[in-house]
Ligand binder design. Structure first.
Ligand code: ARG
Length: 256
């Protein structure tokens, strides 16, 4: 009897350890396929928040942030890359669960989607070629200013246009904006400062701050009424407290 009991305990132990490994082994394919998917929409044209590396993978501040959030909440992250001006619509039609795209939490967008607490603040900048004569906002008169479609810069440019009298050219990606500038099809690109500073350094460009800016912080966006907002807010708060958010800023936004 004692022998049987002993071997039964051994068997039980064996079963328990076996189960333990499957549950904890998140790298194993079994565990990964079991995880619920969190579909994130982004527009990977916006380094250092989201862009494609030389291998074509989407990387950046928002991707690290989203992976951390997904991990904390027990989801597997799936990223859908689309045009920035389609992201709010993708949330409204539930094609994506969340959006991280350096999206500023404006009141206007807040009417159609929900936002988390902000995770980064960035003003706006005007970028020019290095040898440009455009040095202040007053020099914009008669120039062609490029903006990305659907952004707060597109909207902001339309307002500034009344006072500063320039042409506006809309393009559908932030990367195209820089190409347009480099090939002299626009004289100024109007972008988030956190993104502009990177381009200025990498492409050897010049730029100056928009003195009129008052844009809200960047936040995670959700379909309206999503009960996910609170959970994500808690993760962001935790990241503020444990230094993880600063760590990500240090890693991706250090040029600022
Ligand atoms: N912060 C700006 C906005 O919310 C621009 C964001 C553009 N993001 C992008 N991934 N291209 O309108």
């Amino acid at each position: 009897m004692k022998k049987i009991l002993l071997s039964m305990t051994a068997l039980l132990l064996l079963v328990m350890t076996a189960c333990g490994t499957t549950e904890n082994d998140t790298t194993g394919s079994d565990a990964t396929t079991e995880k619920k998917k969190l579909v994130m929409g982004t527009s990977a044209d916006f380094a250092p928040f989201e862009s494609r590396n030389t291998d074509g993978e989407i990387v950046g501040f928002d991707i690290d942030l989203a992976n951390y959030i997904a991990d904390e909440l027990g989801f597997e992250l799936e990223i859908k890359d689309m045009k920035f001006d389609g992201l709010v619509g993708a949330l409204q039609t539930n094609r994506v669960d969340i959006v991280l795209a350096g999206m500023s939490a404006t009141e206007k967008r807040d009417k159609n989607v929900d936002f988390s607490i902000p995770y980064n603040h960035s003003g706006e900048m005007f970028i020019t070629l290095k040898d440009s004569n455009i040095k202040t906002i007053d020099d914009l008169k008669g120039q062609t200013l490029g903006v990305q479609l659907g952004t707060i810069q597109e909207e902001g440019a339309k307002k500034l246009q009344e006072d500063y009298d320039f042409e506006i050219k809309q393009v559908d990606s932030a990367q195209t904006l820089i190409q347009e500038l480099l090939s002299n099809r626009i004289n100024v690109a109007y972008l988030d400062k956190s993104v502009a500073t990177g381009y200025i350094e990498k492409q050897d460009l010049a730029g100056f701050d928009d003195p009129t800016t008052s844009s809200p912080g960047m936040a995670v966006a959700f379909p309206e009424g999503s009960d996910f907002v609170e959970e994500v807010n808690k993760v962001i708060e935790k990241m503020e407290e444990n230094g993880k958010l600063d760590e990500l800023k240090e890693k991706w936004l250090s040029e600022e």
